[in-house]
Design a protein. Structure first.
Length: 223
């Protein structure tokens, strides 16, 4: 059974045009349960002839060992683990009044390791970026440029993940109604059309994140 002990300390300022926050944390989890790649050359049910080639095992749709299979074979393990992290944000109100404009810088980083010092698989990499938000009455918008760093602190048999930069934008117009709030929105994601792969994904090597996209829609929230 997993048991955890954690420590977190934070400091923030939420008054005035300049606002900021910062947090650091540490967590110790005993018998932490996680999934890890294997290199045994066996089928998913453990049958077959064992072999090792230094590459994570893959299987086909029926669970049979296949070096070119679509599915990554993992086994669940449990071990004591330590997690460390830090996050922060600085925001400044450029304009206040009928038109509100706010800029911000932000970032976070996390690291996890087994008690013996080995890296844990599928950890999130360091991330930092800058953003701009604005609103005037029912109209609001935002623009964010986010850099996700390369993840090269990986577990055995896990592949490294290249870094990438995301540019996201949002524009929304809200129509207040008597018993609901309706928003018409325009959302742009990965506008730089970067090839981006999420280090926490089991299928990152086969399926990158979507390329540049623009979505138009509306949502209704009942009051």
């Amino acid at each position: 059974m997993e048991t955890a002990n954690n420590f977190e300390i934070g400091i923030d300022k939420h008054a005035g045009r300049l606002q900021w926050r910062a947090n650091v944390y540490y967590e110790r989890i005993n018998d932490y349960i996680f999934s890890q790649e294997t290199d045994q050359g066996l089928n998913a049910d453990g049958s077959g002839t064992a072999s090792s080639d230094g590459i994570a095992d893959r299987v086909d749709d029926e669970g049979n060992f296949d070096p070119n299979g679509d599915l990554l074979l993992v086994r669940y393990r449990h071990a004591d683990a330590n997690f460390y992290g830090v996050e922060g944000e600085i925001a400044y109100a450029l304009l206040q009044g009928p038109i509100n404009v706010r800029s911000r810088l932000f970032g976070d980083a996390a690291y996890g390791e087994l008690s013996g010092g080995d890296d844990l698989p599928r950890m999130t990499p360091m991330r930092f970026g800058l953003g701009l938000t604005a609103d005037r009455g029912p109209l609001s918008g935002s623009l964010d440029l986010i850099r996700i760093a390369r993840q090269d602190r990986v577990a055995a048999l896990e592949t490294e993940t290249d870094g990438y930069t995301l540019l996201n934008a949002d524009l929304a117009y809200t129509l207040p109604l008597s018993n609901a709030s309706t928003s018409i929105y325009l959302r742009g994601r990965n506008l730089l059309d970067e090839e981006a792969r999420r280090s926490t994904s089991f299928i990152k090597d086969e399926a990158p994140l979507p390329g540049a996209s623009v979505i138009v829609g509306f949502e209704v929230k009942l009051l």
